[in-house]
Design a protein around this ligand. Structure first.
Ligand SMILES: Nc1nc2c(c(=O)[nH]1)N[C@H]1C(S)=C(S)[C@@H](COP(=O)(O)O)O[C@H]1N2
Ligand SMILES: [Mo]
Length: 334
């Protein structure tokens, strides 16, 4: 079955999210009339221009599909640029998670039994009040929905409806000291359950970092779910970072440690391939990877390629963080 989109692009039924997800999603969207869902979700994004132009067409598609007995969640939810979210299946079966293996479909299979509970995130370093959060405490922060583009440095992308909360909420609780300039994140080290960590080719555990200003930006979230469901292990359960204006590798999964530090942290990718991956790694179509162009990308589920946007389309919210663009958007080490 084919659903006609307002753009004229046809979405095959394989791209349509199963009804069960649609139903569970409705559950947490209490009060939102289904016909205005797209507009409301776009409006939820703080500081975002609201684009509701997709709403009418999307609800038409929804009606057409409902008549046919299929609910096109993928057509209902759009990002603020009007592009539909990816199918739940794409988001949960096309992954990068080197702790499991280096294929795209491997993590979904190999991470199935990865234990994500109990879980603690230890927040410390240069802070006034270090704190260890149990997962239950992290889930007590208001869980917002954020529809973000995820642009992998490998030049593919998706639109993902995350659930989570701004990292700033935690940082404000622990109170960074004046000496704290950066935030360093660490993934769990669990060789027993993460077969990829037995590989000597990477300096495990996975580490990432942000400047404190980047970490405090409202776009930066800790995600605990997607599509209104708890994260699956392959997406970084139980808690992962999402920094949508940077290449996907900055969005570190399965976080157990967050430290405020004075010096720029060395990420796993900076340590493994310093001539290819730098600290900032802001999405920039004009700075090519040493081995391929970053000018265009393949949106998973679409044919053809689309132009890559500076800061992945979030320039309005983040370009002020980088007054010296030529220097800071470079993906390579400085
Ligand atoms: N711990 C850890 N985090 C990680 C990765 C990884 O291999 N290990 N891969 C990164 C990369 S390259 C991308 S593109 C995104 C992919 O997130 P997704 O699988 O949820 O789409 O996760 C990032 N976070
Ligand atoms: Mo990536």
């Amino acid at each position: 079955m084919l659903i006609k989109k307002r753009s004229g692009i046809k979405i095959p039924s394989s791209e349509i999210t199963p009804k069960q997800w649609y139903l569970s999603r409705r559950h947490f969207m209490t009060g939102a009339a289904i016909t205005t869902t797209a507009g409301l979700l776009a409006a939820c994004r703080s500081g975002q221009p609201v684009n509701t132009s997709g709403t009418a067409a999307d609800s038409q598609a929804a009606e057409a599909a409902a008549t046919a007995g299929v609910v096109p969640t993928a057509g209902l939810m759009v990002d603020e640029l009007g592009d539909p979210v990816n199918a739940y299946k794409d988001i949960t079966t096309y992954n990068n998670y080197y702790e499991f293996n280096t294929t795209k479909d491997g993590p979904a299979k190999l991470a199935q039994d990865f234990p994500t509970s109990p879980w603690e995130v230890k927040v410390g370093g240069l802070v006034k009040t270090p704190k260890t959060y149990g997962l239950e405490e992290l889930l007590k922060f208001d869980q917002e929905e954020r529809i973000y583009r995820l642009r992998c440095v490998e030049a593919w992308s998706m639109v993902i409806p995350w659930n989570g909360f701004p990292l700033a909420k935690i940082l404000n609780e622990v109170e960074p000291t004046a000496e704290a300039n950066y935030v360093r994140f660490e993934t769990i080290l669990d060789k027993e359950n993460m077969p990829g960590q037995r590989s000597p080719f990477f300096p495990w555990p996975y580490v990432e970092g942000l400047t404190i200003e980047e970490a405090m930006n409202d776009l930066t979230i800790l995600a605990t779910g997607l599509y209104g469901e708890p994260l699956l292990p392959q997406n970084g359960a139980p808690i992962r970072l999402v920094v949508p204006w940077k290449y996907g590798f900055k969005s570190i999964k399965a976080i157990v440690k967050i430290d405020l530090v004075a010096e720029m942290p060395t990420s796993l990718w900076m340590a493994s391939a310093p001539n290819e991956y730098g600290f900032f790694a802001n999405v920039n179509p004009e700075v090519d990877h040493p081995r391929w162009s970053q000018a265009t990308e393949r949106r998973i589920g679409e044919l053809g390629r689309r132009a890559t946007l500076l800061f992945n389309g979030y320039a309005d919210q983040v370009s002020h963080l980088y007054p010296d663009v030529a220097y800071d958007t470079n993906t390579t080490a400085r």
